[in-house]
Design a binder for this molecule. Structure first.
Ligand code: V47
Ligand code: SF4
Length: 373
């Protein structure tokens, strides 16, 4: 009988995982970790593309959006955050509702369909203020969908109002909230979370806020901050908690991996992840999260060339057109300091890769299909 070497055992194990993925079967957390540790990067790209095609064929989605960040004043102390300031500290900002109306109005002539509103957890803002903010934006831009407030901001405003979570979320929905972005998830492992985001909404609470939102008919996104002090087991644990909740509610629209940027904060001396790590992470996220329809690359974070490459690693959604005014990443040293990409440029990148560009609304309804001529 032929003696098997460690190497052939490994490749046999990886082949079995690849066959499972090819057949459309779910992989286990242990298999997910093995993919992170041992799988060939090219093979991961091929497998992630198989899964991506099952969800969205040759389509790549984008939407026309802009950001409003009402304030960077925040009560929390996340170690990875380069953006948070205290009241009266240098570089702190807080817009009045009039300022926000002005920002919204300045986008009235554009073809935007979504505004993404997130900021710090300001100690003197409350649920009524955040409802008024939504109403003011809706008044200026009645057709634009509002994706607003992370679970961390919502946790604070609803607790402060003394309401139950469902009640608070329904108030926001009534004011005009269409969906909830994926921020604040960071990394779910409790030990790590207590180190990097010591006083923030717990993982359990983050997941329960998203679950309640789904029950209230508000779709949400999910993120994972990676490339800091976590290991592959922590990443898979994070993905697994999302997959489990999605099995229950099917309320997540998309998953967005967020690469940790270290400039302006003191969390770790570790170098940032390589682009190869980033592509592997997209691919494994796509493969593991078999029940979340979309995988988004937020290009201001990784830069345009890597966002293009991510289309070969399972990504089917590119975020960011018009003027991307978020300062969360530019203040942390991200690739794009003044990110701006016209829809035409995005469409050209998608076509260049032999794919079909689909303009979507905030809830992934198709608005227009752009085929390559
Ligand atoms: O929760 C903060 C992250 C998130 C850093 O839902 C950092 O469509 C890297 O969630 N390095 C907020 N990341 C942004 C966010 C998001 C972005 C794009 C689209 C969507 C969506 C959501 O930004 C925070 C945190 O995880 N973040 N600091 C940093 N130094
Ligand atoms: Fe505040 Fe968000 Fe920064 Fe944490 S990441 S300190 S919650 S602004």
């Amino acid at each position: 009988m032929q003696k098997t070497t460690g190497l052939t055992n490994l490749s046999a194990e990886l082949s079995l995982i690849a066959e499972k993925i090819n057949r459309g079967e779910r992989i286990t957390p242990e298999e997910g970790v093995l993919l992170y540790e041992k799988a060939d990067t090219g093979v991961l790209g091929i497998l992630a593309t198989i899964v991506k095609k099952r969800h969205s064929g040759d389509k790549v989605f984008f939407n026309r959006n802009f950001h409003i960040e009402p304030t960077n004043i925040c009560i929390h102390n996340c170690l990875f955050c380069s953006y948070r300031r205290r009241i009266n500290e240098k570089d702190a900002w807080e817009y009045s509702l009039e300022d926000i109306a002005g920002i919204a109005a300045s986008h009235a002539s554009e073809l935007v369909t979504e505004v993404h509103i997130v900021g710090g957890v300001h100690p003197s803002r409350d649920l009524d203020y955040y409802c008024r903010l939504i109403k003011i934006v809706k008044k200026e831009l009645p057709k634009v969908q509002i994706k607003a407030y992370t679970a961390v901001e919502i946790d604070y405003m609803v607790r402060k109002a003394g309401l139950g979570m469902k009640e608070g979320l329904l108030k926001l929905k009534k004011a005009g909230l269409d969906s909830i972005p994926g921020g604040g998830a960071e990394i779910f492992d409790e030990e790590l979370r207590s180190k990097i985001a010591p006083d923030k909404t717990s993982s359990e609470k983050w997941l329960s806020i998203h679950e309640t939102a789904h029950e209230a008919g508000i779709p949400t996104n999910a993120t994972m901050l990676y490339g800091h002090i976590e290991n592959y087991h922590h990443r898979i644990d994070h993905l697994n908690r999302l997959r489990t909740l999605q099995d229950k509610t099917m309320g997540f629209n998309c998953f967005i991996p967020l690469k940790y940027h270290r400039s302006g904060n003191t969390m770790t001396d570790k170098p940032e992840t390589t682009s190869v790590d980033d592509m592997r992470n997209y691919a494994i996220s796509r493969i593991f999260l078999d029940n979340i329809p979309h995988l988004k690359a937020y290009w201001p974070m990784i830069g345009k060339p890597m966002a293009e490459l991510s289309l070969s690693f399972g990504v089917d959604d590119l975020d960011g057109t018009i003027e991307d005014t978020t300062r969360i990443y530019s203040m942390a040293g991200s690739e794009e300091q003044n990110p701006s990409m016209k829809a035409e440029e995005l469409i050209a990148v998608i076509h260049k890769n032999g794919l079909t560009a689909v303009e979507r609304d905030s809830l992934y309804k198709t608005l227009k299909i752009y085929r390559k001529e």
